[in-house]
Design a protein around this ligand. Structure first.
Ligand code: SF4
Length: 346
């Protein structure tokens, strides 16, 4: 059964930019020096997701995708993790590093995709499909991961599903676009997909992608599998409108690797616009352009420079996951790592 849910929108006040923006370099440098001083004082490591504001990415000790950052958190010597990302990512860091204090600079940093399904809804779905194997993309809450058999990332979702015996039903959640990609790749009929979506990625549509690709026929396309246009990208390639070798369905970590190696002069990027900062840094010779330059995640942008200094100064907001939930959730993440090649999350 496919369940329809509404994507939640972030409150509009969260979208208001409050970045250092056009501030003089010396102001940015003073702020960055203060962040580093406070981090040392608190024995903290600062982690920033690829969709964060550029100045947050630049001041962080590590920048990357959600799973890579959680693994950095677990391996770090620091006693405190400041996770500049959204809440489920900070929870994943806490699950993998239960002995550390995990702070998120703004507790309002949610995620419409993670909010697409609750643990109660998943329990009800499981009851309709006894014996089914539950596969959850890492963009889920700790409570949903605790109800999951095995997690997956966009890099290894196909591999994880292919590892499940063909006669077992699979419940795949929460992203319908990633689920459609997995169903197409595995050819599996007994894969049920939860109809969740991210309001940012769903807004990057096939019509925009087609127009941009036609305007720059030589450009490569980097498409995140959560995107509303991922299906269109594969269709365009299948129909010969865009050569298949120019279409790359990639996680954010995969995009960075591909950016370093591309020989193209221009690349169209279909994911949240914060990603462009890392791609341009990785290969300044390439013209990286957004398929939809309005695709900004208001939740990610709640983490302002001021919020980061406040978190370090005041030690808030701390992220808690109860021990029983964390243990079950950790088992589903570890099963994924055993299957192999987790790559990165969002
Ligand atoms: S861009 Fe990422 S963090 Fe923001 S709502 Fe979408 S899936 Fe969630």
């Amino acid at each position: 059964m496919t369940v329809t849910v509404d994507a939640h929108q972030p409150p509009t006040d969260l979208v208001e930019p409050r970045s250092l923006g056009e501030a003089p370099d010396e102001v940015v440098e003073q702020w960055a020096a203060e962040v580093r001083r406070l981090a040392r004082e608190r024995d903290a490591v600062v982690l920033a997701h690829n969709y964060q504001r550029p100045e947050i990415q630049d001041v962080a000790d590590h920048t990357g995708d959600s799973l890579a950052l959680s693994r950095v958190a677990a391996a770090s010597d620091a006693s405190t993790i400041v996770f500049c990302g959204v809440h489920f990512m900070a929870e994943t860091a806490k699950i993998l590093a239960p002995g550390k204090t995990v702070l998120i600079p703004d507790a309002r940093a949610g995620c419409s995709l993670a909010d697409s399904i609750t643990a109660d809804e998943l329990r009800a779905w499981k009851a309709e499909h006894p014996g089914a194997v539950v596969v959850s993309y890492v963009n889920t809450t700790a409570a949903v991961k605790a109800e999951t058999d095995v997690c997956c990332t966009s890099s290894n979702a196909v591999e994880v599903v292919a590892s499940i015996p063909a006669d077992r039903e699979v419940l795949f959640l929460p992203d319908q676009f990633l689920g459609a990609h997995v169903r197409r790749e595995t050819g599996r009929e007994n894969l049920h997909v939860w109809a969740g979506e991210c309001h940012v990625h769903a807004g990057i549509n096939g019509a925009e992608l087609t127009a941009r690709a036609q305007a720059d026929p030589e450009a490569d396309l980097f498409v995140h599998p959560e995107c509303g246009c991922a299906t269109s990208a594969l269709y365009l390639a299948g129909a010969g409108a865009v050569p298949a070798e120019q279409v790359h369905i990639l996680s954010t970590g995969g995009m960075l690797d591909a950016a370093k190696n591309t020989t193209k002069r221009s690349v169209l990027v279909a994911t949240e616009v914060g990603m462009l900062h890392q791609l341009r840094r990785a290969n300044p010779a390439v013209d990286f352009r957004a398929v939809n330059d309005r695709a900004a995640c208001g939740y990610m942008k709640t983490i302002t420079p001021g919020a980061l200094t406040r978190a370090l100064r005041e030690g808030r907001d701390e992220v808690h996951v109860d021990a029983a939930t964390a243990a079950r959730a950790r088992a589903s993440v570890e099963r994924m790592i055993e299957i192999g090649r987790p790559g990165g999350g969002e």
